[in-house]
Design a protein around this ligand. Sequence first.
Ligand code: MLT
Length: 332
Amino acid sequence: MKTTIKLLAGTAICLMTSFPAFATEYRIAVGDGAGGTQEALGKAFVEALEKESGGAMTGKLFVNGQLGDEQDTVTAAATGTLDFSILAINNITPFSPSVGTLTLPYVILSQDDAEKVTQGEIGQQMVEQTIEDAGVRIIGWGYSGFRVLTNSKKPVSTVADLQGLVVRVPKNEIMIETYKSWGINPTPMAWGETFAALQQKVVDGQDNPYMTVNAMKFYEVQKYITDLRYIFSIEPLIVSEALFESLSEDEQQHVLAAGEAATQASAAFLREQESKIREELVGRGMEITKPADDEKEFIDLATTNVWPKFYDQIGGVEVLNGVLASLGRDPV
Ligand code: MLT
């Protein structure tokens, strides 16, 4: 097989194969390890892209942050040195504050909520805002489940239990303020450094969905899980807007259709896998604790103290009220 290389928006390569004559291969950064929801979203996207384009477009996944830390991939895609990236939405928020509405604690309360908001009018507004703010286009939505708290020291069921734990959070102001509302000062840290920090006991804990805890093998360095439901992790698939704009209209349609197919595949993947993965983590020795009193104390502290601090950043309280209304909930 002969291979020719042509640069497209910096990084895509064209492979000369027997069928079709040329396939353009795009590089897709994946923040998490293999086996998780991000990789599943990426695989579904590549499969659909090949199908939509009759084999003319394809993609190669680079899992485990091989193409850079999640937040760095946003900058790389914006400047056209990376084609696609799959990452947690909390790592886009620093570049496009309006998507922060989806990381405000206790706004998204179920997978149904996450699908409704991202796949409806609000999701479309966020796509447009992210292009404007960050130079990247969200073309698919992945769903990973609630971010549960893990730690290596003790079962945590109340806010009092949390005191004294050193918890890593992404470099995301909303998440930092949420932990502060629960009385601790968390440690903001890049995703790519988290496993080593847990292993070396620089931090005691972190939060991420069951699917991510498993894909990142955190069970090797963490013992206790608290079933928090403060953020439902949404994992967008983004494309460099510079690359997208350079595509023909047909190619753009292939990318968008493949993104839509990957979104549906991701929702089904989480529904099928999450409880199985939860059981596997227990089988590997992790202990799951429910928050006391149906999480009331966590919910009250976070919603009362954190939401108002971010109204301006997300574009006004009406943005939050729009999301709440779309979910059939009362405005603030
Ligand atoms: C983070 O904690 O930085 C992210 O949520 C990790 C991820 O993308 O799974």
